[in-house]
Design a protein around this ligand. Structure first.
Ligand code: SAH
Length: 348
């Protein structure tokens, strides 16, 4: 197989065979990845020009009933400092965010039954009532279909639920038996059927992941056709069962971003906080590999450090919403423009 031929084929047809994807993932040399990134940038510009969208991320609870082996806020982590934001605090984060220019709010948290379905629903309707020009995204894990329908009825526009891995055997190595691969995937299809703009995604370099797993992730995404794909490197969390596993690398994460951009040309692709954590210019490099979204933190400064999904999460400086200005300068320095828009997916 010839790498450059494969990159050109992907650019034209937006799909490869599984073996072709895994070949690219394992064999792409430095000069070839530069060509791949250029094509990914061209594709992004075709649909989104030089615009980068922002989302205000409100991490409103780090209590979670699940025990995902990689995650710092998993229920079994007795060292995690737990917090919950009240509805008033969440609304004031949104108020601050609106003032700063955000037109999308993402409410993310662990699976925390302290907040009832109705609590979340009224938060969504209140935010939509106060800021009708904004999109509200929920990211609170696996729920029953009726719950997703209820929140959609309250005005939620989008839902982020990373599939984490499209390989069942791999999923089972990352999660305890109480969590089911089939249910997670089912949730994603429900969300799409209900009408949400859906975000799936996965970690790069998670324990036991192979190039075949990553190829399956790309093929799964092609089938699901989500509006957004969240990809970041796995970063070991010191109190987790995966504490001694190596982190995912910058290079491999950038490669996967570019492959997703060429596989799903219209997709919204964030340059994630995890990418900014493993490299000081991670997010800029992500944009240069085809990403077009950033998600600065809007949570109150005192809780930001507690939402530790992984170690050393950047959580004081430019990643936060208050430093939107300097983030905006960083984005401009590579020839893009951070815009104050809802930033819907260009392809649906
Ligand atoms: N409870 C919600 C939100 C989960 S946290 C849900 O289930 O969707 C958001 C994402 O952080 C997860 O989907 C996971 O992909 C990522 N994450 C968790 N632990 C991580 C780690 N150690 N390194 C990198 N990313 C991690």
């Amino acid at each position: 197989m010839d790498t450059i031929n494969l990159i050109e084929k992907l650019e034209q047809t937006h799909i490869l065979e599984k073996e072709e994807y895994s070949y690219l993932i394992t064999s792409c040399k430095k000069e070839e990845t530069e060509i791949l990134f250029q094509k990914a940038r061209d594709m992004q510009k075709k649909y989104y020009k030089n615009e980068v969208y922002s989302r205000g991320l409100i991490e409103f609870t780090d209590y979670c009933k699940n025990n995902c082996f990689y995650c710092g806020i998993r229920s079994g982590n007795t060292k995690a400092e737990r917090y919950r934001l009240s509805c008033e605090e969440i609304l004031s984060c949104a108020e601050e965010g609106y003032r700063l220019g955000f037109r999308t709010f993402v409410l993310q948290g662990g699976e925390d039954s302290f907040y009832s379905t109705e609590d979340i629903g009224s938060l969504v309707s209140e935010i939509k009532k106060r800021y009708p020009d904004c999109a509200v995204t929920l990211s609170v894990g696996e729920q029953e279909r009726e719950v997703y329908e209820y929140w959609y009825g309250c005005g939620a526009d989008r839902y982020l639920l990373r599939h984490e891995t499209a390989t069942k055997e791999h999923y089972e190595k990352l999660h305890p038996p109480a969590l089911s691969f089939e249910h997670r995937i089912q949730c994603l299809y429900w969300l799409k059927e209900i009408g949400y703009q859906v975000g799936a995604g996965f970690m790069v370099g998670s324990p036991y992941q192979t190039a075949e797993c990553l190829a399956d992730d790309l093929l799964f995404l092609k089938k699901l056709m989500p509006h957004m794909v969240g990809i970041g490197p796995f970063i070991a969390q010191k109190d987790s069962p995966f504490a001694s596993f190596p982190n995912g690398t910058l290079e491999e994460t950038l490669l996967m971003l570019a492959l997703v951009r060429l596989t799903l040309p219209h997709v919204l692709l964030p340059a994630t906080t995890a990418l900014g954590t493993i490299h000081p210019d991670g997010r800029e490099l992500g944009i240069l590999a085809g990403a077009n979204v950033v998600m600065p933190n809007l949570s109150p400064a005192e809780v930001r450090k507690k939402y530790q999904l992984y170690d050393n999460k950047i959580c004081t400086g430019e990643e936060s919403a208050q430093c939107l200005d300097s983030l905006s300068k960083r984005v401009s320095s590579i020839g893009y423009q951070l815009v104050s828009k809802r930033g819907d997916c260009a392809g649906f």
